[in-house]
Ligand binder design. Structure first.
Ligand code: SF4
Length: 485
């Protein structure tokens, strides 16, 4: 056992505010495992939410564990130390349960290595009664639970809060393993190997809660070492009222639900002593009917806000003013496709004119920098659509410059270009992935079209990672092994 690693975890814990360190006596123990590094995992609200929910129960002790950083992986190997929980620095194999939360498909690939480092067989059938019961959930397995179906003892589909009445009492019960499995077999929304999984049982449906207001989904542990660690994160809504045909959000989260302004402001109050910047999480924050009230409430408390996403067609003078009042000089917009024709096929519902007039509104409010998100490799995409991305970026830059006040003309437009990955259960499920050669050609074409355009830069997401994501998102029970081959 490496004392250096233990010391590192203790130091990490000491730098946090809000962690819960409980005595284990008589309690059911749960290791909450996020299969990526601490920095990324602690930027994920699901981790905060599950941690708070489980630790609020007197009969449960929940501790966190993450994929060690590269430097620490070497120390684990050198010292033959298994992955340890942050709070009590115990090996994960000593817990009664391991709950894996996975938001992004590519994190699946870290799971076999983590199990190996935990000295636990990767496949559920190889783990005996002395081993923890492994359950998994999160956005990625809700969309497709199959890749984890041989690894986890059970895959929970949908929102954890919807399982409070039966899964949490089951954890607290400390029943024998076989009794727990029998109870899981009967639970709606839970995939068990014994239920058979190819194809998925038709009755298997993710569970969702009807009302978000009674649930506080916000930062519960403040950690400067985490992504977004300088903010108090607050979930304002779940799902999305729009239904762009390529998008998995409406499938994962079901019906769109918003928190009331009062519930959001109560969470602002909870976090204000720790952070002066509020990260508002949701797909369409600016369209909240009480957005102005929420924004003013934050500003009146001497704090600012940062929305996780902004829809171009939700921008008006008032909302742009509020964004600017929160210090936003830069705004990110999802445009998805360069041409109106292609955007229509996605049901994106955003015209060029609407986009450009929103950009002008933002510029007048003081925004000088835009990040525009586009996808390439979309169904029915032509080379003309690729050229349209560059043309639209130029028009966006010109609009931004023209509308900016004279004193504020140092503008820039940054593009983020992502390969389209068809996701299961969306209307675009089953559409082809464009393939590496074709995507490389499109990237080259787009780079050429952008050329040396002044004030425009482009970042291209990895084609290789997108291909892996596509295979994992649409794969079966052997998807992880095949992707690692
Ligand atoms: S792309 Fe954005 S606006 Fe469209 S459905 Fe998804 S989250 Fe909603």
């Amino acid at each position: 056992m490496s004392w250096k690693l233990k010391k590192g975890l203790k130091a990490l814990l000491a730098r946090e505010h809000g962690a819960v360190v409980k005595d284990w006596g008589g309690k059911a123990s749960v290791a909450l495992l996020y299969p990526n590094t601490y920095r990324i995992g602690m930027g994920n609200l699901a981790v905060h939410s599950l941690y708070r929910m489980l630790n609020s129960r007197p009969g449960i002790v929940c501790e966190r564990a993450f994929l060690p950083d590269k430097r620490d992986i070497a120390e684990h190997a050198r010292s033959d130390t298994p992955i340890l929980s942050i709070e009590s620095q115990r090996p994960l194999s000593e817990f009664d349960w391991i709950a894996i939360s996975v938001s992004f498909e590519n994190d699946y690939l870290n799971i076999p290595g983590i199990f190996e480092m935990c000295r636990m067989p990767i496949h559920a059938e190889g783990r005996g009664s002395e081993m923890p019961i492994v359950i998994a959930g999160g956005a990625a397995p809700t969309l497709n639970p199959l890749p984890l179906s041989l690894i986890a003892d059970a895959v929970v589909m949908g929102e954890m809060e919807a399982y409070v009445s039966d899964l949490i009492p089951l954890i607290e019960s400390q029943y024998a393993r076989q009794d727990v499995f029998a109870a899981l077999d009967e639970m709606n929304g839970v995939l068990r190997r014994s239920a058979g999984f190819t194809p998925l049982p038709a009755a298997l449906r993710p569970r969702h809660v009807a009302d978000l207001d009674p649930i506080k989904t916000q930062t519960s542990i403040y950690a400067r070492d985490a992504e977004f660690g300088d903010m108090h994160l607050i979930e304002v809504e779940r799902g999305c009222p729009r239904r762009c045909l390529f998008c998995a959000t409406p499938v994962i989260y079901g019906a769109h639900r918003r928190r009331s302004a009062a519930a959001v402001i109560a969470m602002v109050e909870d976090g204000i002593a720790q952070r002066r910047r509020m990260g508002l999480i949701g797909a369409d924050i600016l369209s909240h009917p009480k957005f102005a009230e929420i924004a003013e409430a934050i500003h009146s408390r001497g704090a600012t806000f940062s929305p996780s996403s902004v829809r171009a067609d939700a921008i008006d003078e008032e909302r742009a003013r509020l964004l600017a009042a929160s210090g936003h000089k830069s705004v990110a917009l999802g445009v998805e496709a360069g041409s109106e024709r292609l955007r229509k096929t996605l049901a994106k519902g955003l015209s060029d004119d609407r986009l450009l007039s929103s950009i002008a509104t933002l510029a007048r409010a003081g925004v000088t920098r835009l990040r525009l998100y586009f996808m390439i490799g979309l169904p029915d995409e032509t080379d003309g659509d690729i050229a349209s991305i560059a043309a639209l970026a130029s028009r966006a830059r010109d609009e931004l410059r023209a509308a900016a006040p004279r004193s504020n003309r140092a503008t820039s437009v940054d593009l983020t270009v992502t390969p389209f990955v068809p996701k299961p259960s969306t209307p675009f499920a089953g559409k082809p992935f464009a393939g590496e050669a074709e995507l490389k050609r499109k990237v080259k074409e787009l780079r050429r079209a952008i050329g040396k355009s002044k004030g425009i830069s482009a970042r291209f997401d990895s084609i290789k990672d997108a291909r892996i994501e596509w295979r994992l998102a649409n794969g079966g029970a052997d998807a992880i092994e095949r992707a690692l081959e």
